[in-house]
Design a protein around this ligand. Structure first.
Ligand code: BES
Ligand code: ZN
Length: 876
């Protein structure tokens, strides 16, 4: 078999034939579902009349085929594993086909499959071709009418997109429902759900006074876990009206929860399908983080109704058009609903860890890739999160009002169309008169730009000179990079006054907080009328997705930590200060020198702990050290052991020095109030639990007692899980083992809690973790076919840096074994799971060799195009 071949953006051609209306009838059966399609097709006016009709179709058994009511003879069409080719078709016609598919044996979870007996679909990006023969591309948009026939007992509920228009009873215990979606849509937004589901119902009155029925469909035992998602949905609907002027456009909006799902959730028109982990919450089963995640995902999928569905992507190269914009929208929604600075801190800290790593590795790609083999490999942090950062930069460059006008124009002009990133950016340029020509490079250039900044205060002239130099490192296939348009929000903080000084640039007063534009390779900015020596506060609120280097002294950083007017940069100053200390300790560890704690870090933490900082959520973030993964990102060669040892040393030193302060913070933030996922409560819990984390770093007796009590109190999952995690990650197996056992037995019936039980155990630092993973893979609650379980056990293990990177290579072998097995069952998940191995270049030679050996072993298998593409790049 030949290697899978890439498709290129530059090869894009409009579709030769449009489908204007699609009618589908599903006769459901686990192993032999029949799908009848009746497609109204029109040749595109500029298409040659000889052009064949080419339809996608995979894993389908063709039963019959007819054009305008007459069967298509065997010689008139050609069938391959991937396409149906009909040489001669009229200008407009009706194509009827019938195929058979097997949902019960569909382990890839693309197309129509069964999850816990429930029939459901996942069509984005190219899953619809596993349902019927169709031009499976987003620029083919049709209205849909769908009839679902099922067993009245096992599938009492039959759902599809749009509005229900008919239903009835049939022979042999079967029944049917017919749905109609009046909005033309690409087939990737098609959805069907059938099974024994129960609903929670609510309603929303739109701004124009229309009443929308809201339904959340779940299995019976989950009916008590829907309240938060429903409340989040209503908040999101109101927010999109107020913030973007976007109103919902059907009379019904449904969300369905299923256990087996490759991603988090999917925005199918009027019928969103969710991974149960992304929608179900209950105070006793879900943590604060899970509550906030659900709120964000519910909003994200809802927001797609406009940014994605009403205006969709011309082709999959434009994926960031809908995902980057929608992530930006959901980030702003969550910031408005919760603590805005904390949301930004969490997003950026994740971004700088995970997206920077992607951008620096062998799978680095631009926000708009120019080729791919398998599109499911491109649902990446670059497309999503860097895409969102680029939209955020547009908002900042234009200001909110012009950005909103650009958004209005985009939705109005392109409603019902499949468009490109140029169309979106074009609207922004048109309403604002801002030249975004150079800015477009953000979409085509991969890699993280690095900025070297230098500053000098000229006492004699009262000037501050800031020099910025930018460079973007080479990435695969892109050796040379052009300078980008980088907006840098900044201030100059006076070291005497502690205040932001007024910024005057080329005689123009810009206020105390301003954006400067770096567009050249190197630029010098001269600020005048600077009355006192300042410390620059650069890249405020992370105004561009770049690495900014500035030779700050530790005194500068301690100063910014308390004086910067930008909350994000106050936090970042703390992170930079901690990083300087960590760098020294990593070096000490490597050189076998005694480790000495930097007292400035201790004092900075003491100020934080005893000071008057009122925002507990931000305080909790400021007291959290950079993660091992983030620290690793900063090192030229990753030394997993030194990083772990250095970070543990800092944690323990802080705990020893500030033990009483942590105890006081813990006690002051306990509460017996009934659980609510409010920002205030979440802030208080995170601060309390951060304090407890430090106490447990030294296994303080009182800390251990706090953990035991907190675990036993069972007040809410946030506290229970945190206490259990700290115990299991400590050396107090005497307490941890029975607690873990009790927890596992108590929640054996709840898959989402069992996922947490798996993760807690395989994230611990002790060296028995690999054996635990192997043992837990045999546990009855584990299944390799369920993506959540794979992520909770295997994915979590691969994040456990010191254990995954064991020097005997057994961590790598375990991961590769699972990848090889999943390659057959679920290629999409297999390709994601292999990621940690692709980062081999970052490690020492011994580990490099071990990781490469496993990649080579995987490559010898008969591979799916998904895994092939990733492994091929990793070994290139
Ligand atoms: N459209 C995606 C879901 C999707 C992605 C389906 C890839 C099939 C293949 C959806 O809108 C999405 O982006 N979901 C995210 C969550 C979101 C909050 C970023 C997910 O599923 O992780
Ligand atoms: Zn999305």
């Amino acid at each position: 078999m030949s290697d899978p071949q890439p498709v290129y953006l530059s090869d894009y051609q409009p579709p030769a034939y449009q489908v204007t209306h699609t009618e589908l009838t599903f006769d459901l059966d686990p192993a032999a579902t029949r799908v009848k399609a009746r497609l109204q097709i029109e040749r595109h006016p500029s298409t040659d009349s000889q052009a064949p009709l080419v339809l996608n179709g995979e894993h389908l058994t063709l039963i019959s085929l007819a054009i305008d009511g007459s069967p298509v003879s065997d010689t008139a069409y050609q069938l391959t594993d991937e396409v149906l080719h009909i040489a001669d078709v009229p200008e407009t016609f009706i194509l009827e086909s019938e195929v058979e598919i097997s949902p019960s044996s569909n382990t890839a979870l693309e197309g129509l499959y069964q999850s816990n007996g429930i029939y459901c679909t996942q069509c984005e990006a190219e899953g619809f071709r596993r349902i019927t023969y169709y031009p499976d591309r987003p620029d083919v948009m049709a209205t849909f009418k769908v009839t679902v026939i099922g067993n009245a007992t096992s599938e009492p509920v039959l759902l599809a997109n749009g509005n229900p228009i008919d239903q009835g009873v049939l022979e042999n215990g079967r029944h049917f429902a017919t749905w109609e979606d009046p909005h033309p849509k690409p087939c990737y937004l098609f959805a069907l759900v059938a099974g024994n589901l129960h609903k929670v119902e609510d309603s929303f009155e739109t701004v124009s006074g229309r009443n929308v029925a809201l339904q959340l469909w779940v299995e019976q035992e989950n009916l008590d876990k829907t309240e938060h998602a429903m409340a989040s949905l209503k908040r999101a609907m109101a927010w999109d009206e107020q913030t973007y002027g976007r109103e919902y456009d059907l009379d019904l909006f449904m969300i369905v929860a299923v256990n087996d799902f490759n991603m988090g959730a999917m925005e199918n028109k009027g019928l969103n399908i969710f991974n149960s982990a992304a929608v179900l919450t209950h105070p006793s089963t879900a943590t604060d983080a899970a509550f906030q995640n659900v709120e964000g995902i519910v909003a994200h999928e809802y927001f797609h109704n406009w940014s994605g569905n009403r205006v969709t992507c011309r082709d999959w190269f434009q994926l960031s058009l809908k995902e980057g914009f929608t992530v930006f929208r959901d980030q702003c929604f969550s910031a408005d609903t919760n603590s805005a600075p904390v949301k930004r801190i969490q997003d950026v800290s994740f971004f700088r860890t995970a997206q920077f790593a992607e951008d620096a590795g062998p799978t680095a790609h631009p926000i708009r890739p120019d080729h791919f083999i398998e599109i499911t490999n491109f649902y990446t942090l670059t497309i999503y999160e860097k895409g969102a950062e680029v939209v955020r930069m547009l908002r900042n460059l234009l200001g909110w009002e012009d950005f909103r006008r650009g958004s209005d124009l985009y939705f109005e002009r392109f409603d019902g169309q499949a468009v490109t990133i140029e169309d979106f950016v074009g609207c922004m340029a048109e309403v604002s008169d801002v030249d975004l020509g150079q800015f477009m490079r953000w979409y085509s250039q991969a890699g993280t730009p690095e900025i070297d900044a230098h500053g000098e205060y000229d006492y004699a002239h009262g000037e501050y000179h800031l020099t910025l130099r930018q460079r973007t490192p080479a990435t695969p296939g892109q050796a040379d990079k052009l300078p980008l348009h980088i907006p840098i929000r900044m201030g100059l903080v006076g070291t005497k006054s502690g205040q932001d000084l007024t910024l005057t640039l080329s005689g123009e007063k810009l206020g105390s907080d301003a954006v400067i534009h770096l567009t050249e390779d190197e630029q010098r900015f001269v600020f005048s009328d600077v009355a006192e020596a300042p410390v620059p506060s650069l890249l405020r609120d992370f105004s561009a997705p770049v690495k900014l280097h500035f030779p700050y002294s530790r005194e500068d950083l301690a100063f910014l930590l308390t004086h910067d007017s930008d909350g994000f940069n106050r936090w970042d100053a703390g992170q930079r200060l901690a990083m300087l200390a960590l760098d020294d300790l990593i070096a000490a560890h490597r050189n076998g020198v005694e480790k000495v704690m930097d007292s400035r870090v201790v004092e900075a933490f003491r100020v934080l702990l005893t000071g008057s900082m009122s925002d507990k959520a931000v305080l909790a973030e400021m007291l959290t050290l950079p993660s091992e993964a983030y620290i690793a990102e900063q090192q030229p060669i990753v030394d997993v052991d030194a990083i772990h040892a250095a970070r543990e040393f800092v944690r323990q030193s802080l705990a020893v020095a500030l033990r009483d302060e942590f105890v006081a913070v813990y006690k002051a933030n306990q509460s017996d109030d009934p659980y609510a996922p409010t920002p205030e409560q979440i802030a208080q819990r995170s601060l309390k639990n951060v304090a407890l984390t430090y106490l447990m770093a030294i296994e303080d007796e009182e800390g251990v007692a706090f953990c035991e009590t907190q675990f036993a109190a069972e007040h809410n999952m946030t506290d229970v899980r945190h206490a259990l995690t700290l115990l299991v990650h400590s050396n107090r197996d005497d307490i941890a083992s029975p607690a873990l056992k009790a927890f596992g037995e108590k929640w054996a019936h709840d898959p989402l809690v069992m996922d947490q039980w798996f993760t807690i155990q395989v994230s611990r630092p002790q060296s028995d973790v690999l054996e635990r993973v192997q043992y837990l893979m045999q546990h009855p609650a584990f299944s390799i076919k369920n993506p959540n379980k794979v992520r909770a056990l295997i994915g979590a293990f691969a994040q456990n840096r010191i254990n995954f990177h064991r020097l005997d290579g057994k961590g790598y072998t375990l991961l590769a074994d699972v990848v090889i097995e999943l390659n057959r069952l679920n290629p999409e998940i297999a390709a994601r799971l292999v990621t940690p191995l692709t980062r081999w270049q970052r490690f020492d030679e011994e580990r490099q060799q071990l990781m490469r050996d496993e990649l080579v072993r995987i490559k010898q298998e008969p591979l799916s195009s998904n895994v092939f593409e990733v492994v091929e790049k990793a070994l290139a």
